[in-house]
Every structure is written in structure tokens, then in C-alpha cells.
Design a protein. Structure first.
Length: 137
């Protein structure tokens, strides 16, 4: 396994009682973990999170003390005059946290949300990139 790979850290989750308050007569919302895929590229890591129904306003990313944390809320959006019969994706508050290695350049982390898929680019720090050293004779 690469030293560069972030380590999932569920220990940073707040108590579930601290999650969002129930809206109207709904039952309390619990935290859930959205699915995450992480790829290593020549330039660093790319993290993908499936977040159907999430807008940029409902999403927050933070980096602190080598920990990347995603917070957000998936809201129920029923079409007018429609009754929900079956639901498979989670509704409510979510959080995911990863411990980053020192090989990630925190200042250049970039995130983009497109059609419910969050893409987070975690560039490799310059000091962690391999450097070819010429040998003179």
C-alpha cells in the first residue's frame, strides 16, 4: 500500500445526537458515511464521493492537522404531488474523515461537485515527488 494513501478515520465523527435536528415530524437524522473511491495518479490522489442530492451549499470540506473532513447534508426532494414509495440512498447528515500523509500538498487541494459526484484532488507535495538525479562522470 502506498504511504501516500489517506487513512479513513471514523474516530473524528461527532456523537450522532449532535447531528441535524429532525424537520417537522420526521424521526431524528443519524450520520452516515457516503461511499468514497480513492485513486492514485502521477500527480497525487483523486477522491470521489457519491453525494446524490447534495449542493455545494450543503457541503463543507476542511483540512486541519493532516485530517481531511467532508461534512454535509442530503435533503429529501420530492417532486410536486408525488409520494415516495421506495428509497435507497441516504437522507440526512454525513461526515467522512481521512488522515493525510505529509506527502499531500494541503495548499493545493481542489474540490468540484458535479451532478452529485464530488471530486477532490489531493496533489502530491513537491518534496514527495521523485526527482531524477543526473550522474556525472
Amino acid at each position: 500500500m502506498s504511504e501516500f494513501l489517506p487513512i479513513p478515520s471514523d474516530s473524528s465523527l461527532p456523537d450522532q445526537e449532535q447531528s441535524g435536528q429532525p424537520e417537522s415530524n420526521e424521526r431524528p437524522q443519524l450520520l452516515f458515511n457516503p461511499p468514497i473511491d480513492i485513486y492514485e495518479t502521477a500527480d497525487g490522489l483523486v477522491l470521489y464521493a457519491d453525494l446524490p442530492g447534495v449542493t455545494a451549499d450543503d457541503l463543507e470540506l476542511q483540512v486541519q492537522d493532516n485530517r481531511l473532513t467532508l461534512f454535509g447534508r442530503v435533503k429529501r426532494k420530492n417532486p410536486d404531488n408525488a409520494v415516495l414509495l421506495h428509497q435507497e440512498y441516504e437522507i440526512g447528515d454525513f461526515v467522512r474523515s481521512f488522515i493525510l500523509s505529509d506527502h499531500v500538498d494541503h495548499e493545493r487541494i481542489h474540490a468540484k461537485l458535479n451532478h452529485g459526484v464530488l471530486r477532490v484532488e489531493l496533489p502530491r507535495a513537491e518534496r514527495a515527488r521523485p526527482r531524477k538525479i543526473e550522474v556525472s562522470t
